[in-house]
Structures are given as structure tokens and as C-alpha cells.
Write a protein that binds this ligand. Structure first.
Ligand SMILES: [Zn+2]
Length: 212
């Protein structure tokens, strides 16, 4: 027998090892998904859900001490406040200033100025779009949801490519800052007084873990 050939019994052992490995991976993947599912159910069961986010990300850590950032922006985003958005220029400027003070970058803010019609683009790459809720978005919201942010992340690179923030009404205190946080890729953190707390009334201005 030359050095390169493997006896039949070794092949069988390797096959068994590979089978066991695959089984172990499948079991771990299932357990991870189950843990994420349980975590989401627990978060959902909390009272006073104020704002929501919808994203395409595939994995979510079950427990976090600091707000998880699901992705970083691929390019420096441009913010557009669309025509009917119930947001004042002062409010959006304040929100942008808050995140800039934490080291985040925005290339510009366009208030009611959308020459490339990004407000109606389903995938406005490179932009954070702020809009009034549409009928379709409203169907996705609970009665007590103040706003919803959709953000898209490239799953292979963890880069945010675009975000759309929908407001039902003129945002209450901190809501615009909170939604911009989602647009920057941050998820919720169950810490009282924190900016990324899912409930506005239980949240606050705490910004730990939000520095860029
Ligand atoms: Zn939120």
C-alpha cells in the first residue's frame, strides 16, 4: 500500500466523523435560532413597545450588555426628509447633531429637497430617508408604535446600504434620535434610560455603546 491510499476502515471512520460534525453544526444552528426566537418573544412581550425596526439581518445575539450594532454604513449616508414627513428641520438637525457628537458621520441633510426622487425609491442605496407612514407601513405597525425604521444590511459584509424611517406623527422627544440610531445599524437594548431602549417612556439619553 503506498502512503497516499487510506484503508477502507479509515474512510468509514472519517465519514462517521464528518457525519457527527454535520449533526453537531445542525444542532448548534437550531439551538441558536431557538435562542434568538425566545429572545425576540421576550422582547415583544415587554410592555409599551414604542418604536420598531425591521431588517433583513440573519443573526441576532440573544443577550447584549451594550447596544448591538448590526452593521456599519458602507458609505457616509445622505439624509433626506421627504415632502410629507411630519418632522421639522430643527428636529432633524438636532437628531443629526446628537449622532455627530457621538462620532457618526452624515454627508449632508436635504430638507424637502429630493431631485433624484430617492423618497420613492424602494432601495435608496446610500441614503437615510425620513417619511410619513404609508398605508402599507401602517399595516406593519402596532397601535402604540410611534415610528418604524427599515434598514438593509449586506449579510456577507455587515454593511448598512440604506435605511427608511417612517413617522406616524411629529416625533415625540428622543424618538427621532432613536430612529436615527436604527438607521445607523443599532438594535434595541433593554437598559432603563438608554437611547436604544425599545420603549420611549422607559428610555432616555444614556448613550453607552453608541460611540462610533
Ligand atoms: Zn426602536
Amino acid at each position: 500500500m503506498d502512503a497516499g491510499s487510506i484503508p477502507a476502515t479509515s474512510t468509514n471512520i472519517m465519514k462517521t466523523i464528518n457525519f457527527l460534525k454535520c449533526t453537531a453544526y445542525a444542532v448548534s444552528a437550531f439551538l441558536l435560532m431557538f435562542a434568538a426566537f425566545v429572545a425576540i418573544c421576550i422582547i415583544d412581550a415587554n410592555e409599551l413597545s414604542a418604536t420598531v425596526y425591521k431588517t433583513n439581518i440573519e443573526t441576532l445575539p440573544a443577550v447584549a450588555q451594550e447596544p448591538t450594532r448590526a452593521g456599519n454604513w458602507k458609505s457616509t449616508p445622505v439624509v433626506i426628509v421627504c415632502e410629507n414627513a411630519p418632522v421639522t428641520k430643527e428636529a432633524v438637525d438636532r437628531g443629526i447633531k446628537y449622532w455627530k457628537s457621538l462620532g457618526h458621520y452624515f454627508s449632508s441633510t436635504q430638507y424637502h429637497h429630493d431631485p433624484m426622487n430617492k423618497c420613492n425609491n424602494p432601495e435608496p442605496h446610500g441614503y437615510i430617508i425620513i417619511k410619513l407612514v404609508s398605508k402599507e407601513v401602517l399595516a406593519d405597525m402596532e397601535d402604540d408604535d410611534l415610528a418604524v425604521t427599515y434598514f438593509f444590511i449586506e449579510n456577507d459584509t455587515n454593511e448598512v446600504t440604506y435605511a427608511k424611517v417612517y413617522f406616524r406623527n411629529n416625533p415625540l422627544e428622543r424618538t427621532l434620535e432613536h430612529e436615527l440610531g436604527h438607521a445607523l445599524g443599532y438594535l434595541h437594548l433593554n437598559e432603563p434610560g438608554h437611547m436604544m431602549h425599545h420603549s420611549r417612556t422607559r428610555g432616555g439619553w444614556k448613550s453607552s455603546g453608541l460611540k462610533n
